[in-house]
Unconditional design. Structure first.
Ligand code: TXA
Ligand code: MG
Length: 340
């Protein structure tokens, strides 16, 4: 049984208090952040963290992001380099995750960090999430609150669709403002490295700390790929085709800007070509087209071109993964570190 808790923290603290109690008790609570809904568990409690993998049906123990109400809280568990402090000052609270060396006296459990000497930390920009994290008073590990390999949830209904009955509660804070996951930047090596494009653009990061190694596992839609090389993720039921210039009558169209004519079902990410609006409507759009398109007999979801700049990088990354070949069952469980 999954409780649906509601809280706007000041006026209705009961839901939030209950959510914090559950988390401190080792239970699983999904909660809204500005990016997507996270499936939270006490990151200091290996049993609680193990439940995350179980609920998501994710046998491979990939490291998880730990969430904190403030930078000082985060830096109690990881080593704060000067670059990390600078980035935290500019972008926290916000959709930026930093990978840093774990401190010997930190409390993030090995399972949450998958045994690595580093840990991923972030401070989300969502008031109720911050109040929840303050109330828990411990690092909260949270991957996106969806079954492994499925489309990420950007509202509480999406969480229930995928995980009802498998988690203890969802704290409903409405739709997520940003809509794609955080940008992950690895600061544990000699040079900052982008592990996943996301809600903070690389351009904005580079404006603060200079050049970033942009190598990440972004799929290239038009490049020939060996089966199994690309990781299928965020995958709707219908196949996804990127960068189309025309549509067929049995297509479900994910439009960007003026929509192409002739599709059976259409969801427009942004009629005015705004990338922030497109990011916030991305996962809801994939779900909508998958459901409505399937009902209407559509054979595929086709996507209009989206620019490769700013938030477009994150949007294209997620769409590239949704479009990736889906080879063996469970292959998505063995994703590289940019997944989940
Ligand atoms: O926006 C977000 O980041 C959302 C919300 C809920 O905060 N969370 C999220 O978490 O997307 P998750 O676990 O789905 O994605 C984090 C990715 C994982 O695939 C993991 O491999 C990578 O970050 N990661 C975590 N710790 C890492 C580490 N120490 N080194 C390298 N990659 C790491
Ligand atoms: Mg995920």
């Amino acid at each position: 049984m999954t409780d649906r808790l509601v809280s706007d923290d000041a006026e209705q603290p009961e839901g939030l208090i209950r959510a914090a109690e559950l988390l401190r008790d080792g239970r699983l609570v999904a909660f809204g952040t500005e990016t997507v809904y996270g499936l939270g568990a006490d990151a200091t409690n290996p049993l609680a963290v193990a439940r995350i993998f179980e609920a998501k049906n994710r046998p491979r123990f990939n490291p998880l992001i730990s969430h904190f109400p403030g930078a000082d809280d985060a830096f109690r568990h990881v080593v704060a380099t000067p670059l990390a402090r600078r980035l935290a000052e500019y972008f926290w609270p916000g959709p930026l995750t930093l990978v840093l060396k774990r401190r010997d006296d930190g409390d993030i459990c090995d399972l949450a960090a998958a045994g690595l000497p580093t840990a991923a930390v972030r401070v989300p920009a969502q008031n109720t999430a911050l109040a929840l994290l303050r109330a828990v008073g411990r690092p909260v590990a949270a991957p996106s609150a969806n079954p492994s390999g499925a489309v990420s949830p950007s509202d509480a209904g999406h969480v229930m669709d995928g995980l009802a009955g498998r988690i203890d509660a969802v704290l409903d804070t409405g739709p997520c403002a940003v809509g794609v996951e955080s940008t992950i930047l690895d600061l544990s090596g000699d040079t900052p490295r982008l592990l996943r494009p996301g809600g903070v653009t690389v351009e904005d990061i580079e404006a603060v700390i200079g050049p970033v190694n942009r190598h990440h596992e972004a799929p290239e839609p038009n490049a020939p790929v060996a089966p199994g090389m690309l990781t299928s993720h965020y995958a709707p039921g219908l196949p996804v085709v990127l960068d189309v210039q025309s549509v067929q009558s049995d297509d479900a169209l994910l439009a960007f800007g003026p929509p192409l004519n002739g599709a059976r079902v259409t969801w427009n990410l942004s009629e005015t070509c705004r990338l922030d609006e497109a990011a916030s409507r991305l996962f809801a759009g994939l779900r909508y087209l998958d459901q409505q398109g399937t009902q209407a007999g559509c054979k595929r979801i086709v996507v209009q071109p989206i620019p490769e700049t700013g938030l477009g990088l994150a949007i294209r990354d997620r769409l590239g993964r949704a479009a990736a070949p889906r080879p063996a069952a469970d292959a998505c469980q063995d994703a590289p570190s940019t997944q989940e």
